[in-house]
Write a protein that binds this ligand. Structure first.
Ligand code: AMP
Ligand code: ZN
Length: 472
């Protein structure tokens, strides 16, 4: 599989550290509010990646954190505490907020067929681990204490800005535009590992540490949770593109300083879901959630389909019109699959299966090209082969796409049956002729037509309500 690696800025062959096994880490949500459908675009595409790696035969272990502490409104460690902000907004404790929005996040994921990672770790449960790694960074000379906080010293690294080719000066200034400068930092890019001097008097969650009572910075949680569960060598790390800097850049800085060697080989970044007015974000207050889509009558799985129609490395513009187009296209797809579910079971043609499956895997092997994978699905439907082969391909490819294709097609077919509009045209025409024959009292012809209908697999009955046609 070829995958674009943000670290090398090019598509590369994916080769895990240990043959056949993949360690995968995903930055989880900050649980101070509902996830918006932009966040969920990232989780949908990461889910497809994970499922495709499994489909390709890898034994995948995927780990995700839940950020329930330490994330300030500016990713550069300034601004308000996001969790505290959520707690104040709803007059609840931080832990109540965390629990409520963690559950809400997984509910949304379920509706979107996003698998829960193998290991999920709330940051507040790993405080000892953070302290261990920060202490080691202090011992190694990569961290320093200033004004009561512990900072990572970026000047100790040969290269800090690993993801971009910007001039370091420009980037450092740009990121901190509009927010107060932290006087304690030795270098502009230094970041907090542990806060003891909180400017928030009402900081709820605090823990004892060798540097005083305080709480961890945001970045350290992902490094520690990943290293503890996936070891010293991580194959692939995912997240939305906004996390590349400073969050992932800082994760690399501290993890590699701690380990003394390269940590993660592949960085998978998903571009943003935008609206007409720019990036969808939680801090803007107004944002679209899965519940809102449902309230408006949309099936959440259609949003997943909408995301799959675009490549993850392109920004995606959300509009109701674009979503409606996806709804129409999804319905057509289901309508095409529905009749297949009613056909008599047959043998899967192995050769045809293999050729058509290749069309699907070629698409995803090419940097997870999901829109081409959907095209491959249409090729399957158009192919000159039996229903059993098509259904087997749809079932197997849908284990990656996660669109409930068979279940929805079966429901559609049942719906059509209940509405009586699944009777083939030919049968309906014969039934009409039989009705006319009976009217003319030509019972011999009527019986002949009944037999013809029977030969096509349908039974015709006269009831008080009129003529009833049923499948035999
Ligand atoms: P957060 O809950 O803010 O920590 O973000 C959770 C995930 O959503 C991260 O991987 C972000 O990079 C990602 N993300 C945030 N905004 C967007 C967006 N508009 N489109 C796609 N992904 C996003
Ligand atoms: Zn992270």
């Amino acid at each position: 599989m070829q995958i674009y690696n943000s670290l090398s800025h090019k598509k590369e062959e994916f080769v895990p550290h240990e043959p056949g096994k993949v360690s995968m880490y995903t930055c989880g949500p900050t649980v101070y509010h509902y996830a918006h459908i932009g966040n969920l675009r990232s989780y949908i595409m990461e889910d497809v990646l994970e499922k495709y790696l499994r489909f390709a035969g890898y034994d995948v272990k995927r780990v995700m954190n839940i950020t329930d502490v330490g994330h300030l409104t500016s990713d550069g460690d300034t601004g308000d505490d996001k969790m505290l902000k959520g707690a104040k907004r709803e007059h609840k404790t931080v832990m109540e907020i965390a629990k409520f929005y963690t559950d809400a996040f997984f509910d949304d994921c379920k509706k979107l067929n996003i698998k829960t990672p193998d290991v999920v770790v709330p940051a507040t449960t790993y405080i000892d681990e953070f302290i261990k790694v920060i202490s080691s960074l202090m011992d190694k000379g990569y961290a320093y204490e200033a004004g009561g906080n512990i900072y990572f010293d970026t000047s100790k690294l040969d290269k800090y800005y690993v993801f971009n080719d910007f001039k370091e000066e420009d980037l450092a200034v740009g990121v901190r535009e509009g927010v107060e400068e932290d006087e304690n930092k030795r270098n502009k890019a230094d970041f907090v590992l542990w806060f003891t001097k909180s400017k928030f008097d009402d900081q709820e969650l605090k823990w004892d540490s060798p540097w005083g009572v305080g709480y961890p910075g945001w970045h350290i949680e992902c490094s520690c949770i990943s290293m503890k569960n996936l070891g010293e060598y991580l194959d692939i790390h995912c997240g939305g593109i906004d996390n590349a800097f400073p969050h992932h850049t800082n994760e690399i800085a501290q993890s590699e300083a701690y380990l003394g060697h390269k940590w993660c080989n592949y960085w998978f970044h998903i571009l943003h879901l935008n609206t007409d007015s720019g990036k969808m974000s939680k801090s803007k207050g107004e944002f679209l959630t899965v519940s809102l889509l449902e309230e408006k009558g949309y099936d959440p799985v259609v949003y997943r389909y909408f995301c799959l129609l675009s490549h993850y490395r392109k920004s995606l513009v959300f509009s109701w019109e674009n979503l409606d187009n996806a709804v129409n296209s999804f319905n057509k797809l289901i309508e095409k699959i529905a009749p297949l579910t009613k056909e008599a079971p047959g043998e899967v043609d192995k050769n045809v299966y293999a050729t058509l499956k290749n069309g699907f895997t070629d698409a995803l092997d090419n940097d997870l090209n999901t829109s081409l994978a959907i095209t491959a699905l249409y090729d399957i439907l158009k192919a000159d082969t039996n229903a059993a082969t098509k259904l087997a391909l749809i079932r197997d490819t849908d284990s990656v796409l996660g669109l409930d294709l068979i279940a929805k097609a079966e429901a559609k077919a049942a719906e059509a049956e209940a509405a009586g509009n699944d009777i083939p045209e030919e049968v309906l025409a014969l039934a009409e002729q039989r009705k006319a024959a009976r009217k003319e009292k030509n019972f011999a012809l009527a019986d002949e037509l009944r037999d013809k209908i029977k030969a096509l697999g349908y039974e015709i009955k006269e009831t008080r309500q009129g003529t009833e046609i049923n499948r035999i």
